[in-house]
Write a protein that binds this ligand. Structure first.
Ligand code: CAA
Length: 283
C-alpha cells in the first residue's frame, strides 16, 4: 500500500513537527486537534521553521508555500474518512489514546494504518481498542522532529508484516531512519534515555554536583549535545515523570523508581522549558 494522504492527530510540538516533515516529503496532510487554536498555533510554528530554511537558502519561498498548501486544518476526526494513514500525537494518556483509536477505527477506510507517536505506552493495548490490531503500529519520532533522524517503529503483538513494511518505507521517504523494536515499556529509546536522566536528577538531589556541573560532565565528557538536566527541561518534566512511571509499573522493578525531586518539580508546575521553569529558568 502506498500512503498518499494522512492525518496527524494533535497539533502540539510533536504533531506539528510530524505534519511539517510529511508535507515536506510531498504527502497531503490533515493537521487535526480538538482545538482550532492549537491547529493554528501548530501551523504558525511550521511556517516559522520553513521561513528559517528559506532564509538559509535551503528552500525557495515558492517551495515553502507549496509545503504549507499541502497541510489542511482539521478540528474533526471525521475528516479522516479518506486517509491512508493516521499518526496520533495526542497527550500521553492511555484512556485518551484508546478513545481516539476506537473512533478512528470507525471513521477511517478499512485499508488505513493507525500509528501512534507514543513515547512509552504499549502499542498492543492501544491496538486492542480497535477491530484492526494488525494495522496498528508505533511511530515514535524524536524532538525536534525536523532535525532528529530516528523514528522508532514499534510492532504491537498483532502488527502485520506488510503494515510494518509500509511504515518502514514511508519513514525513508521522510528522510528519516526507521529502527525496528518490539513492544516493551519505554521501547528502546526511553528505556535507555530516561533512567539516565532520572539518575542525573538523583545526582543533583543527593548533592553530588550542581546542575551546571552535571550537564557539563555529560556534554564535554560524553559528547551529548545537551546535558541531561537541560534535555529533561526540553522534553518536559511531566513527560519524564510519566515515562519513568510507565517503566516502573511495566517492569515492577525499583531500579526505575522516579527521583523524588522530579516528582516535586512536577507538583510545583516546574515542567521545564514550556513552563518557563524547570531545572533552569527560561525567558
Ligand atoms: N525545530 C526545527 N529545527 C530546529 C529546532 C526546532 N525546534 N531546534 C533547532 N533546530 C535546528 C536549527 O535550525 C539548526 O539547523 P541547521 O544546523 O540546519 O542550521 C540545528 O537544528 C541546530 O540548532 P542550533 O545550532 O540552534 O542548536 P544546537 O546545535 O544546540 O542543536 C538540538 C539543537 C538539535 C536540539 C541539539 O541540542 C540536540 O540534538 N539536542 C538533543 C535532542 C534530543 O536528545 N532529542 C531527543 C529527545 S527524547 C525524545 O524526543 C523522545 C521522547 O519520547 C521523550
Amino acid at each position: 500500500m502506498k500512503v498518499k494522504k494522512l492525518m496527524v492527530v494533535g497539533a502540539g510540538q510533536m504533531g506539528s513537527g510530524i505534519a511539517q516533515v510529511c508535507a515536506q516529503a510531498g504527502y497531503e496532510v490533515l493537521l487535526n486537534d480538538i482545538r482550532k487554536e492549537a491547529v493554528q498555533r501548530g501551523l504558525g510554528g511550521i511556517e516559522k521553521n520553513l521561513e528559517r530554511q528559506v532564509k538559509k537558502d535551503r528552500l525557495t519561498s515558492r517551495e515553502k508555500e507549496e509545503i504549507i498548501a499541502r497541510i489542511s486544518q482539521s478540528a474533526d476526526l471525521q475528516d479522516a474518512k479518506d486517509v491512508d494513514l493516521v499518526i496520533e500525537a495526542a497527550v500521553e494518556n492511555m484512556t485518551v489514546k484508546c478513545k481516539i483509536f476506537s473512533q478512528l477505527d470507525e471513521i477511517t477506510p478499512a485499508h488505513a494504518i493507525l500509528a501512534s507517536n507514543t513515547s512509552s505506552l504499549p502499542i498492543t493495548e492501544i491496538a486492542a481498542a480497535t477491530k484492526r490490531p494488525e494495522k496498528v503500529i508505533g511511530m515514535h519520532f524524536m524532538n525536534p522532529v525536523p532535525v532528529m533522524k530516528l523514528v522508532e517503529i514499534i510492532r504491537g503483538l498483532a502488527t502485520a508484516d506488510e503494515v510494518y513494511q509500509t511504515i518502514e518505507e514511508m519513514t525513508h521517504t521522510l528522510s528519516k531512519m526507521p529502527v525496528e523494536v518490539n513492544d516493551f515499556p519505554g521501547f528502546v529509546s526511553n528505556r535507555v534515555l530516561m533512567p539516565m536522566i532520572n539518575e542525573a536528577i538523583y545526582t543533583l538531589y543527593e548533592g553530588v554536583a550542581t546542575k551546571e556541573a552535571i550537564d557539563e560532565v555529560m556534554k564535554l565528557g560524553m559528547n551529548h549535545p545537551m546535558g541531561p538536566l537541560t534535555l529533561a527541561d526540553f522534553i518536559g518534566l511531566d513527560t519524564c515523570l510519566y515515562i519513568m512511571e510507565t517503566l516502573h509499573d511495566g517492569f515492577g522493578d525499583d531500579k526505575y523508581r522516579p527521583c523524588p525531586l522530579l516528582r516535586k518539580y512536577v507538583k510545583a508546575g516546574w515542567l521545564g522549558r514550556k513552563a518557563g521553569r524547570g531545572f533552569y529558568t527560561y525567558e
